[in-house]
Design a protein around this ligand. Structure first.
Ligand code: ADP
Length: 158
């Protein structure tokens, strides 16, 4: 059976920290699904379809051929169940991330008890989407924190 994993997140924007987790996952699993969770109540800074396209372009540039990128309006744990995705990937930067993840994992377990969680240790522990947004707000250069294709759309907006 193919080992399938999903890596869900807001990715608003997708950073080099996220990319690092995708690279590690791509090497370990047969198929990796990067999923932007769309939530009508949650405001995004960067448009979802554009971000999907920018992440897809990044995967193409890096020849990460087993990574699929999409947006999902719904519960990721349910989507995983429907599509036989057995693993859920998350990245951990610190104990705050860990505590947050444990809460979500508990809820997801109710929806999909068979899903296994895999946590990857972050290399870029200081990097977050919100930090990038804050730097942008102050007109700082954020090019070193983002994949090229993502930087292009971020720059266009700022
Ligand atoms: P969410 O809103 O689901 O937390 P994010 O886009 O902020 O979405 O993050 C998605 C996942 O990536 C989470 O597991 C988060 O801990 C992880 N992550 C965020 N930034 C980094 C980073 N710099 N390095 C590794 N993992 C990260």
């Amino acid at each position: 059976m193919l080992k399938k994993a999903m890596y869900p997140g807001s990715f608003d924007p997708f950073t080099n920290g996220h990319l690092d987790i995708v690279k590690k996952s791509s090497a370990l699993f047969d198929e990796v699904y990067v999923i932007i969770g769309v939530n009508a109540t949650k405001h995004r800074s960067f448009e979802c379809d554009q971000m999907v396209k920018a992440i897809q372009d990044t995967m193409k540039d890096l020849k990460l051929d087993n990574v699929y990128v999409m947006a999902l309006d719904g519960l990721v744990a349910e989507y995983a169940k429907e599509h036989n995705i057995q693993y859920m990937i998350r990245g951990l930067r610190n104990n705050m991330d860990y505590n947050y993840e444990e809460n979500i994992a508990e809820v997801n377990k109710l929806i999909n008890p068979d899903m296994e969680y895999i946590y990857f240790r972050a290399e870029e522990v200081g990097l977050s989407s919100s930090m990038v947004k804050e730097l942008l707000w102050y007109n700082q250069d954020v090019s070193s924190f983002l994949p090229k294709a993502v930087y292009k759309i971020v720059k266009k907006k700022s």
